[in-house]
Design a protein around this ligand. Structure first.
Ligand SMILES: [Zn+2]
Ligand SMILES: [Zn+2]
Length: 155
């Protein structure tokens, strides 16, 4: 079985992820932009039993738009977030795709929060499902704090 290892920048905190991720996605939300320091975030998700976190970490919690809490685990030394979880996805752990430092990592199938998308970005691929909110079947009661901009509706 494939095992991939995500590491913080200094290498002290690592997440070993067993098997293929259940979901690979890109999120354009403002919180993900702030977390990554980039224009969007890419992440992969596994059931928590398939992820082994080793090394020292700190946690930070915030309340998402959905009203649910999200918990981030990051290296106290270099500050990189290596895993995070959200109450909306019980039993699942997300790992920032960049932490694998692997350009051959499976591409995203979902692009969410596209109403926050920088106009110069695009998530390519015929298979990609685009949406302007979090995935509705996974977050049936998710709500948005601001209206969705016209022209960026889910397709
Ligand atoms: Zn580190
Ligand atoms: Zn996001």
């Amino acid at each position: 079985m494939t095992t991939r290892t995500a590491k913080c920048r200094c290498g002290r905190l690592r997440a070993e992820c067993e098997g293929e991720p259940t979901r690979v996605s890109v999120c354009h939300c403002l919180e993900c932009q702030k977390r990554t320091g980039s224009a969007f975030a890419a992440q992969a998700r596994w059931p928590e039993g398939q992820i082994r976190l080793t090394g020292e970490f700190k946690t930070w919690e915030r309340t998402a738009d959905s009203g649910r809490s999200a918990t981030y685990r990051f290296c106290p030394e270099c500050g990189s977030t290596v895993t995070y979880s959200n109450e909306g996805h019980p039993g699942m752990i997300a790992v920032p795709l960049g932490a694998f430092a692997d350009p051959a990592f499976p591409p995203p199938r979902f692009s969410v929060y596209e109403h926050r998308m920088h106009p110069w970005t695009a998530v390519l691929g015929a298979e990609v499902e685009h949406s302007s909110t979090v995935s509705s079947e996974r977050f049936p009661d998710a709500r948005e704090d601001e209206p969705i901009a016209p022209g960026r509706a889910a397709s």
